[in-house]
Design a protein around this ligand. Structure first.
Ligand code: AMP
Length: 475
């Protein structure tokens, strides 16, 4: 693979026409930290030139007062990057900032382009030189090569050639361009702060800066914001809406509203539905913090079984997936979660988490519960079995590493060492989003990929071989 696929979970933010654009972008990125902790960057514009501050790590580690002060101008874009495996490199940090024939250009991207490899190969044959391994860099090259008269024509030209997921904030010297792919895979919201326009992956970023939510950027919409005003167009071929359901399951913050719904509300409905579909008797419902908390509340409410905080999360370590090497990731689980023995000892517990990917986390949690004296451990997962990789921007390993791609629920339960294991059904999950249920991408649960270009055959076909997996080595 030429590009770092499956690594483009990210958060983007943009401000137009505010004297503290750089500072606000810093705060916006702070609120969007959950969407990416590998690197972070801000590029501002003083209408003549761009100023860039980019670094590895968390937002509050990178941006000192001096670095924020260096972000001059009334317009800025920012990006948090998420990476889990492969190399974590500064050259892959965004926004990508360059100078080209028309002056400064900066771009920040959330999503994953499925045909980036093919475009990159073509461009390299024609002499283009790439400096990163990011699919987003392809867009910069396509913009620079376009013969369009204005920046917005060049951007539209470039984006018509790419396929897959993009929620983009792009900045020239004097204008901001916002674009969302026609499927609407990733969220992107518009807000106002006085006279300024602000854009963010999630509305939680607006709360911190006291901006008001205006509306979502529509799937397939391109917005141009400059001194003449704000202009909307739909320059791409239309496509059926396919919002990423996994944003509700795991990725987005519960206080955000995305795709027209509140994340907390939907997540709780997943839990309620799970309790109705997969009931079990127990003393307590215990969430895996933080990802399982809201669904566990729903499960407890619907089942009438008391909710207990039986697992404590150390908030000063990052998320499980941050570490690039598998061995460190396992270590991460261990240092992150700890049992409250007094709650668990002698009790039968229902442990609720949002998803099982490789099965590693749940397995450790079940062991942790048993070691803490649990009598019975029932795992309940507030999403269906993850059987397929995501190609549109959620970090997932290859299919052969997804435990549900090869093993049955019973086999997985054995691997976890759980007394029982049950998942929310696809039907149940979609019933939580009510009448707009056809507007969601559920490919990671059923392989129905809305865009298949660039996806290797082996990822689409059913796995015909059972890869090495330590199912038999359980407990
Ligand atoms: P695993 O140990 O591979 O089964 O991972 C499952 C855990 O990872 C669950 O606790 C999920 O909350 C979390 N998770 C699921 N999807 C992702 C993702 N794309 N990025 C980071 N963490 C995830």
């Amino acid at each position: 693979m030429v590009f770092d696929k499956f690594k483009e979970e990210c958060g983007v933010f943009a401000v137009f026409n505010h004297p503290e654009a750089g500072n606000l972008t810093y705060l916006g990125l702070y609120a969007l930290q959950h969407r990416g902790q590998e690197s972070s960057g801000i590029v501002s514009s003083d209408w003549t030139q761009h100023h860039a501050e980019v670094g590895m790590g968390h937002v509050n580690e990178i941006f000192t007062e001096a670095r924020i002060a260096a972000l001059k101008g009334r317009m800025a874009i920012g990006h948090n990057r998420y990476s889990t495996h492969g190399q974590s490199l500064l050259k892959n940090a965004q926004p990508i900032a360059i100078d080209y024939a028309r002056g400064p250009l900066a771009l920040a991207h959330n999503g994953n382009l499925v045909n980036a490899d093919a475009i990159k190969e073509r461009l390299e044959r024609e002499g283009s030189i790439f400096r990163s391994t990011m699919d987003s860099e392809v867009i910069i090259h396509l913009i620079a090569k376009s013969r369009g008269a204005r920046l917005q024509d060049q951007v539209a030209d470039a984006l018509r050639q790419v396929e897959g997921a993009f929620s983009l904030v792009i900045m020239g010297a004097k204008e901001l361009i916002i674009a969302r792919d026609p499927y609407g895979f990733r969220p992107l919201a518009m807000g106002r702060l006085g006279k300024a326009y602000v854009f963010a992956s999630e509305t939680c970023a607006f709360d911190l800066i006291e901006a008001g939510y205006v509306r979502d950027v529509k799937p397939g919409e391109m917005l141009v914001i400059n001194e003449d005003g704000i202009f909307s167009s739909f320059p791409f071929a239309p496509a059926p809406t396919h919002h990423c359901i996994f944003e509700f399951i795991y990725f987005a913050r519960p206080d955000s509203n995305i795709f027209g719904e509140n994340v907390h509300t939907i997540r709780k409905r997943f839990g309620r539905k799970l309790a109705q579909e997969k009931p079990v008797q127990a003393d307590y419902v215990i969430p895996v913090p933080d990802s399982g908390v809201v669904a566990a509340l729903g499960y407890a409410e619907a089942s009438g079984i008391p909710f207990e905080k039986g697992i404590i999360r150390n908030h000063y370590v990052g998320r499980t997936f941050i570490e690039p090497a598998q061995s460190i990731r396992h270590f991460g689980v261990k240092i992150k979660l700890n049992p409250v023995r007094e709650v668990i000892k002698g009790k039968s517990v229902i442990v609720v988490d949002d998803s099982i990917v490789r099965g590693t986390t749940s397995r450790k949690i079940v062991k942790m519960m048993r070691d803490a004296g649990a009598r019975e451990v029932h795992m309940r997962i507030s999403s269906p079995p993850t059987t397929h990789s995501c190609f549109y921007g959620i970090d997932t390993p290859t299919r052969s590493e997804l435990i549900a791609a090869t093993y049955s629920v019973e086999e997985t339960a054995r691997f976890l060492g759980a007394d029982s294991l049950a998942y929310l059904s696809v039907e149940g999950m979609l019933s939580a989003v009510h009448e707009r249920r056809n507007d969601y991408c559920t490919a990671c649960f059923n392989g129905r990929y809305p865009v298949t270009t660039g996806i290797v055959e082996s990822q689409l076909a059913l796995l015909d071989r059972r890869p090495e997996h330590p199912v038999t080595a359980a407990k």
